[in-house]
Design a binder for this molecule. Structure first.
Ligand code: PAF
Length: 285
């Protein structure tokens, strides 16, 4: 029988638990999350469980990465259900600290990795990636994982974290994991639970338009493809494109032609409904 998953809330206890594992030569995988877990998170946890001896999943709704306080307030909180899901996936440790435990003092560190953190989400949500780097660097130093797992849904986040890992010299492997989608194509996200049934019905048009855009791109320029995708989504009542950027998948700098980079990705953020809920997605061209 599998030992019960431990729920740990202090850094001291976490460090003691992991020291024992490391001293015994065990490999440690970390899956950072903000809770409100869904099948997308479960896929990261299962992968970590398959590749490591000990999987730690952090559940921490990090205030420093929310530039919009109302977004933080309405973010779903489902700790009991989260722990059940993690235990069923075979995680050994859920680390769910308080804000005071993680930030006994305000974190004044500044991270800056232009252009990667300055464009798209970085431009629309000032300070967002600084907050992500603050918490992820803290988690890396508490856990000292061999591998850390991140969902590719947050494509730009992975690019920024890679830059931070290189900058600070963390010795770990970043493992990007594919987007998990609902049957209708909608990328799984904790924010999807905030959508009304009507909004859930229109949100799949985002990915459908990205796929249509990839086909359109075979015979059209970057600029026309950008306009095509934006127009298709904006034509759906209740959806409004905030930005659709077609960028070099590595640097995230804008491209002007399809031969400007080896790998090109289209990253989109769309407002859905009247609240409205911000949904992000991307597609590889
Ligand atoms: O992707 C997320 O859920 C968060 O940005 C992360 C990486 C857990 C940091 O709070």
């Amino acid at each position: 029988m599998r030992p019960e998953m431990k729920i740990i809330t202090t850094i001291q206890e976490l460090r003691a638990e992991l020291k024992a594992a490391r001293d015994a030569g065990k490999q440690i995988g970390l899956v950072p999350t903000m809770g409100a877990l869904h099948e997308g998170h479960a896929s990261l946890v299962r992968r970590s469980v398959a590749e490591n001896d000990v999987t730690v999943v952090s559940i921490f709704l990090n205030p420093t990465q929310f530039n919009d306080k109302s977004d933080l307030e309405r973010y779903p909180r489902t700790l009991d259900a989260d722990c059940q899901l993690l235990s069923a996936c075979g995680a050994q440790v859920a680390f769910a600290p308080s804000v005071a435990e993680v930030y006994p003092e305000p974190d004044t560190r500044q991270f800056s990795y232009p252009p990667t953190d300055a464009v798209m989400e970085g431009a629309m949500r000032p300070g967002h990636f600084n907050g992500v780097c603050q918490i992820v660097s803290k988690l890396f130093s508490y856990v000292e994982p061999d591998r850390a797992y991140f969902g590719e849904k947050d494509f730009q986040q992975i690019a920024v974290i890679r830059r931070m890992v290189a900058d600070l010299g963390f010795k770990l492997q970043i493992v990007p994991c594919p987007v998990v989608r609902e049957a209708n194509g909608l990328a799984m996200s904790s924010r999807n639970t905030l959508l009304s049934p009507e909004e859930r019905a229109i949100a799949p048009a985002i990915y459908a338009s990205l796929v249509a855009g990839r086909n359109f791109a075979r015979s059209h320029s970057v600029q026309l493809t950008r306009e095509y995708v934006e127009a298709r989504i904006n034509a759906v009542p209740g959806l409004r494109v905030e930005y659709f950027s077609i960028v070099d998948a590595d640097s995230l700098a804008d491209v002007n032609t399809w031969s400007d980079a080896l790998a090109i990705v289209g990253c989109i953020t769309v407002y859905c409904g009247s609240k409205p809920i911000r949904l992000i997605d991307h597609i590889h061209f």
